[in-house]
Design a protein around this ligand. Structure first.
Ligand code: HEM
Length: 976
């Protein structure tokens, strides 16, 4: 165990206090606990601190004393195996995880429950700090400076890069300073630009369209299939290739949703009722595609995340890859560890298609990367191949508003009011229908032929009822904001709108002065920030449904001192000053830990310069934030030494296709919401058919249907059948079909994502040593779930195989064995023994096989660790979410709208869901504004992504039972 230094103690205390939700009270609960275990933990100094080197990092595993202190004997007994320890702490699960009632048990600060939650949060913060420290690898040629430093500055605190300058060919090259120091000013910094330039005013190119994806893993570990170095050769032998093991075989054996065997002779058998995900004619209710359902997350949540990914990243350019058609497997399988060709009969039995083809992935740079040395270690300057992000990386609602000239032209404004998006009023019965529906693409619009008939919007690819839903909702919301702004302008035309033009910063902009174009851009800023808030505080808290994550995510956004403005302001100032230091520890680690106090959102948007730190707590101190000061406009961002873009690995963990059902249980809000009227195949809403279905049935009915239905669990054998059998006319193959589940694996291989076990090691998680580690040993030996997991483990073994291990082969640089020795091919098994090819498992397959998860986690811990780093970074790096979240950019109404979830003061939910006083959630407010007809249905909804008719029960219950009034809902009659 490492010794604790002064700095580390500070981090521990801030971690406990800030993320532990100490609510302004004493953070020392954990230290004054009287229990023997906690005392022992402290005496033995069994508290993990930030690692100095990668091999020493915290792997989410704690000593016995810590486990006992934070979660009692229960937590201690579950320490075996590679999985995180904090989920077993007091109060980190449902009501049964709380310590039995006794003195102080339910207190916020003292007692086991508080310790369990604070301990979990401390470990999460520690992971985040270490991820920031060890997992940033930029591909845009800045990595060498990150490692070696520049002009006497440590690499980890660099905050401008020559590589992020606009090139001579860029139309704004001169405007930002040309060959001189480049700084964006004036019109370029006022709003979010179309291509995402000038978000960081000193790094104009960062995050803009076509910048390269970054990596979170050592470049040397990427592209394992190519066997470029000794370590990857040792790790995988010659077992890997672009189609090895065969991706379609993996898909059919490990991803296909099982359907019940035929029942009765007269009825259609179950697989026929599913019809490969294509359902029955006329959206017949009798159609059925079985899937494993998550009780606490709904179909709206599945489509929400697709809507988000379309904003954040796209490997495809205008829905296309490289025009080079390649085979996609269904050719070989392992039989007793030997690769054999698949016969036609084998393929038929499996259900795969050898004749499928897909266009190859784009590669931006494929030449051999240069290298450099630091100390005596050699480093690559980038990954062996790189790929580009073809949309802006910012959370800027680019899927709605555009990310380049062509996509921008697809966005239609109302010709009568340029501040608004064009909407066509529907003839539906709902109040919201008056707000209209997005118009349909017209012949002259810049689109691919397959998108014709769809609603006009910037990102039209893979369109379905779910994307149509959110695009319509937020187009309505855009216009509602404009209307509200206009109402204010009518009331007080000479009033100060709060807006300022950076080109003329001293001139007050009155409501009457705001042009339609300006108002359009203000509405975009507001909608993008609302979306980010919904995602952070509503979607994620339901995805990770437990108390530590609820506190952590809210701390990420508004901080644990949200209700104590003076304290939050003081901490913001501390954090702002920390960013301005050359000490990497302070600028990064302490900064990240402390940012939980005031929250990341709005960091640096007030400046109390000249006021000493003690004076920061004076409520009358003066905010000196100034639009003429570049350091104020940009001062809240922190990139931690590496320019922001998503890493390739981020896309891997967002391959969430199993969340989709094959069929949508269609209901109607103004008849009897408890009745399922049709089973509509998702594929029958693909592309233009989505637009038709949206207009025919109406937004509110789709909201109700997808709001009540559970989504698919992210686990093995739970992929939608329609995606395994997707028909696409553009495919140049005899079948014109593609298995998207298999393609998920192929794309990761093409882009060099490390395989599962090394992926975990790189992210600071413990490795697995055999497929058996996947089995959730908390389940009873003969329980059906455990038996199913054991069967799947056997299938994994058959598909990926085993080999005779060689202990002389070192396989990783990322971690060491507990005794300090290198990790070798035998993973702790005797030399020469037959071991599982766990190293070869595709990362998506690995995280789907994680049967053991923290309570209420819809995702695995491997996916989660990728989010910890990147979800924070996309807030930390964005000026419009930090120092430029100000009325000068958003207007006074806009700031209020984002802060209070709509116009007027914040509205509160009734009662205290999961023990918290809670504002009416941001998405619920959006739905109430855009579909007022759903007010009755939404009354009992606390989180829009929790199935609407579910009784949330007490403290993070996952039970599937109906709330009052929904007892007749058919979804509860069928327990499947
Ligand atoms: C009707 C619904 C959907 C359809 C038809 C669909 C289809 C596809 C297809 C065809 C691709 C492959 C593109 C390629 O690499 O050639 C893809 C990629 C992807 N899909 Fe989906 N998908 C759907 C829903 C979702 C959902 C709900 C998610 C949830 C996050 C999702 C996440 C992704 C991601 C992350 C990629 C990779 C994108 C990239 O490489 O930039 N998809 N999808």
């Amino acid at each position: 165990m490492r010794q604790i230094g002064t700095w580390s103690r500070l981090v521990i205390v801030t971690g406990l206090c800030i993320l532990g939700g100490c609510n302004g009270q004493s953070p020392f609960g954990i230290f004054v606990d009287s229990t023997k275990d906690c005392a022992e933990m402290l005496l033995q100094r069994d508290i993990q601190t930030v690692a100095k080197t990668r091999e020493q990092r915290f792997l989410g595993k704690v000593p016995d004393t810590t486990a006992r202190c934070l979660g009692g004997k229960h937590a201690e007994s579950l320490r075996e195996g590679p999985w995180l320890d904090w989920p077993n702490y007091w109060a980190a699960g449902d009501a049964t995880s709380r310590a039995p009632a006794r003195l102080l048990v339910n207190a916020k600060v003292l007692g086991p429950n508080a310790h369990g939650i604070n301990g979990a949060l401390y470990e999460l913060e520690l992971q985040r700090i270490e991820l920031i420290k060890f997992n940033l690898f930029d591909n845009n040629k800045t990595y060498e400076a990150y490692v070696t430093g520049r002009d006497g500055e440590t690499g980890a605190v660099l905050n401008t890069w020559p590589e992020m300058r606009l090139p001579k060919t860029h139309p704004d090259f001169k405007a930002v300073g040309g060959d001189q120091t480049q700084v964006c000013r004036g019109a370029l910094i006022r709003f979010r630009t179309l291509t995402g330039t000038c978000n960081d005013i000193r790094n104009p190119l960062m995050g803009s369209t076509h910048q390269l994806f970054a990596r979170n893993v050592d470049f040397d570990t990427t592209f394992p299939d190519l066997g470029l170095n000794e370590m990857t050769k040792n790790r995988h032998g010659d077992r890997l290739g672009p189609l090895k093991p065969d991706p379609q075989v993996i898909s059919r054996r490990l991803f296909t949703r099982k359907q019940s065997k035929p029942v009765g002779s007269l009825e259609k058998s179950q697989p026929d009722k599913c019809n490969e995900g294509y359902g029955l004619p006329g959206d017949a209710k009798e159609a059925e595609c079985e899937y494993k359902k998550a009780p606490f997350f709904n179909v709206l949540a599945a489509f929400w995340i697709q809507f988000m990914t379309h904003d954040w990243f796209a490997h495809l350019d205008e829905g296309h890859n490289r025009p080079e058609w390649m085979a996609v497997g269904c050719a070989t399988q392992l039989v007793k560890n030997i690769e054999q060709p698949l016969t036609g009969a084998d393929a038929k039995k499996l259900g795969c298609r050898p004749d499928d083809k897909i266009d190859a992935a784009y590669i931006a740079e494929g030449t051999e990367p240069s290298s450099f040395t630091q100390g005596r270690k050699a480093y690559l300057t980038r990954a062996p191949k790189t790929t580009a992000n073809n949309v802006t990386a910012w959370w800027d609602a680019s899927q709605l508003y555009g990310y380049d000239e062509r996509s921008g032209k697809r966005v239609k404004r109302n010709p009568k009011d340029q501040a608004k998006l064009l909407m066509q009023v529907g003839d539906g019965a709902g109040e919201g229908d008056k707000l209209g529906y997005l118009p349909i693409f017209e012949p002259g619009d810049p689109i691919n032929p397959e998108w014709s008939g769809q609603e006009a919007t910037a990102f039209p690819d893979n369109w379905s009822i779910g994307t149509s839903f959110y695009h319509n909702v937020f187009a309505r919301e855009h216009n509602v904001f404009v209307d509200e702004f206009r109402k204010q302008a009518t009331r007080t035309p000479d009033g100060d709108s709060g807006l300022r033009d950076p080109a003329n910063p001293d001139a007050v902009i009155r409501y009457r002065d705001v042009t339609p174009n300006e108002l359009f851009e203000v509405a975009r800023l507001v909608v993008a920030a609302e979306i980010a808030k919904i995602h952070t505080t509503e979607w994620t808290t339901q995805l990770l449904y437990n108390e530590p994550l609820n506190r952590g995510m809210n701390a990420n956004w508004s901080g644990v001192f949200a209700k104590q403005e003076v304290v939050a302001d003081a901490l913001k100032e501390v954090v702002r000053r920390l960013a301005d230091t050359n000490d990497a520890k302070k600028a990064n680690s302490l900064y990240a830990a402390l940012a939980g106090g005031p929250g990341i959102f709005g960091l640096g948007n007030r400046v109390y310069e000249g006021v000493p730190l003690v004076g920061q707590f004076n409520p009358n101190k003066q905010d000196r934030w100034d639009l003429k000061n570049d350091d104020h406009i940009n001062g809240g961002v922190n990139h931690f030494g590496s320019p922001f873009n998503f890493p390739e690995e981020f896309i891997t963990v967002y391959r969430l296709h199993p969340m989709l059902p094959d069929l949508i249980e269609y209901r109607e809000w103004n008849k009897e919401p408890n009745v399922i009227r049709h089973n509509v195949p998702v594929i029958e809403t693909f592309r233009g058919k989505a637009t038709e279905a949206m207009r025919q049935k109406g937004l509110a009915n789709w909201a109700l249907s997808m709001g009540r239905q559970r989504l698919g669990v992210l686990t093995l054998q739970n992929h939608p059948q329609f995606l395994q059998n997707l028909k696409m006319n553009r495919l140049q193959s005899p079948t014109q079909q593609i298995d998207v589940a298999a393609l998920d694996l192929i794309r990761d291989r093409e882009r060099g994502v490390p395989r599962y076990n090394e992926f975990r090691r790189q992210y600071g998680l413990k490795q697995l040593t055999s497929f058996d580690d996947f089995v959730d040993t908390r389940l009873l030996q003969d329980s059906p779930s455990r038996r199913e997991q054991e069967q799947l483990v056997n299938t994994l073994r058959e598909v990926y195989g085993q080999h005779q291990c060689d202990a002389s082969k070192k396989i990783t640089e990322a971690q060491l064995n507990d005794d300090g020795s290198p990790i070798n091919d035998c993973l702790g098994h005797p030399n020469g023994s037959l071991i599982d090819n766990i190293e070869d498992v595709d990362t998506v397959v690995g995280w789907l096989a994680e049967f053991r998860r923290p309570h209420g986690f819809a995702i695995s811990e491997t996916q989660f660790v990728v989010f910890i780093l990147n979800a924070s970074r996309r807030l930390f790096s964005d000026r419009f979410f930090t120092s430029s979240f100000r009325p000068e950019f958003y207007s006074t109404l806009g700031v209020e709208w984002v802060t209070n979830n709509g116009p007027g003061p914040e509205m509160m939910e009734q009662g205290t869901p999961n023990g918290h006083e809670q504002p009416v959630s941001p998405l619920k407010r959006v739905l109430l504004r855009t579909m007022p007809e759903l007010a009755g249905e939404l009354q009992g909804v606390v989180n829009v992504f929790d199935p609407w008719a579910r009784d949330r029960g007490e403290y993070y219950s996952l039970d599937w039972k109906p709330r009052a009034g929904a007892e007749e809902d058919e979804a509860f009659a069928n327990k499947k």
